[in-house]
Write a protein that binds this ligand. Structure first.
Ligand code: DQA
Length: 146
């Protein structure tokens, strides 16, 4: 089995299911983690699933993935649009990076149309709801299997 895929989630995603359900749906982050674990098992992958409201914690997990991870799936949430630190950390990671957004950021406010993380990501999934994580995991299987 390859090293674990890190699935990283940024600020406010701990409130998934409660926060703006008309945009983000009613599933909780725990539901997403459970669905990812089940799919990972089916695909023969392992995952490490984390969420933090703090930019530095996300940077630290990306650094950890340099030695311990095969790929990174990241929903950087609001840091998508602001964080050079997360981009720099991802640039120091050698495996594949996939970016996930639950909502279709391109249909929303203009400030959500730019992503620093997209400069590094092999692929971006947006607007597929929480299913986007599972789509990303399937793609990650292809990328880390190479
Ligand atoms: C988000 C989109 C971001 O613009 C927003 O700040 C989030 C969540 C999404 O998953 O759709 O917190 O990344």
């Amino acid at each position: 089995m390859p090293k674990p895929v890190f699935i990283l989630n940024g600020p406010n995603l701990n409130l998934l299911g409660l926060r703006q359900p008309e945009i983000y749906g009613r599933e909780t982050l725990e539901d997403v983690a459970d669905a990812c674990s089940a799919l990972a098992e089916e695909l023969g992958l392992s995952i490490r699933f984390h969420q933090s409201n703090h930019e530095g914690a996300l940077v630290d997990w990306i650094h950890q993935a340099r030695n311990e991870g095969s790929g990174i799936i990241i929903n950087p949430a609001a840091y998508t649009h602001t964080s050079v630190a997360i981009l720099d950390a991802l640039n120091a990671f050698e495996g594949p990076v996939l970016e996930v957004h639950i909502s279709n950021v391109h249909r929303r406010e203009a400030f959500r149309h730019h992503s620093y993380v997209s400069l590094r990501a092999e692929g971006v999934i947006a607007g597929f709801g929480t299913e986007g994580y599972q789509l990303a995991l399937r793609r990650m299987k292809t990328l880390v299997g190479k």
